[in-house]
Ligand binder design. Structure first.
Ligand SMILES: CC(C)(COP(=O)(O)OP(=O)(O)OC[C@H]1O[C@@H](n2cnc3c(N)ncnc32)[C@H](O)[C@@H]1OP(=O)(O)O)[C@@H](O)C(=O)NCCC(=O)NCCS
Length: 154
């Protein structure tokens, strides 16, 4: 019987495209995990706009995480990824990012960009694990001494 919390234990999640009826659940995930959550219109646009895409991670029937991106031609930008605090460290973020990369590649995207605060070590580890590399920094982007790191893949 494995012990919960061991690093090599991974849960399996269903990942599927987000639909409008997921918006409340996505907002709930954001409110628990992000200091400046997106508003309803921004989240709805991820689902409605033809140049955007959003995926949700389900544990049973419950939305426990989501990821969203916009794309144009062969380039995309990840807008946000968030997992419910109690569900982190179990592979959900990885499953979401892997599925998003596959989704974007199927749409013809070859380069993916994102920005992340320089103290967000978990997110940086996640992006690095999937081949993202840092190419620039925006000093004080999020406020005094709060820098943005710019990552891209490949
Ligand atoms: C970033 C986030 C989405 C990761 O989700 P997650 O479900 O915990 O991700 P995973 O369990 O798949 O872990 C992915 C990698 O992150 C790293 N990681 C996970 N938990 C970590 C922790 N507690 N400390 C340091 N690194 C950690 C590991 O490298 C891990 O890969 P590995 O276990 O194969 O080595 C989640 O922490 C989150 O929602 N954070 C708040 C929102 C946020 O900051 N989003 C990013 C904005 S740019």
């Amino acid at each position: 019987m494995p012990y919960p919390g061991l690093k090599d234990i991974r849960m399996s999640f269903d990942i599927r495209p987000a639909v409008l009826s997921d918006v409340d659940a996505i907002m709930a995930v954001e409110k628990t995990g992000i200091s400046h959550p997106w508003d309803r219109a921004s989240i709805e646009s991820l689902i409605k706009d033809g140049n955007k895409t959003a995926l949700v991670a389900l544990s049973g029937q419950d939305v426990v995480g989501y990821i969203g991106a916009s794309f144009i031609l062969d380039e995309a930008e990840i807008g946000n990824v968030c997992v419910m605090p109690g569900m982190r460290g179990k592979g959900t973020g990885s499953a979401l990012l892997k599925s998003l990369i596959e989704d974007l590649e199927s749409k013809g995207v070859s380069s993916i960009f994102l920005e992340v605060e320089d103290n967000n070590t978990t997110a940086i580890s996640l992006y690095t694990k999937f081949g993202f590399t840092k190419y620039n920094m925006r000093k004080d982007y999020y406020g005094p001494d709060r820098n943005a790191l710019l990552f891209k893949r490949p």
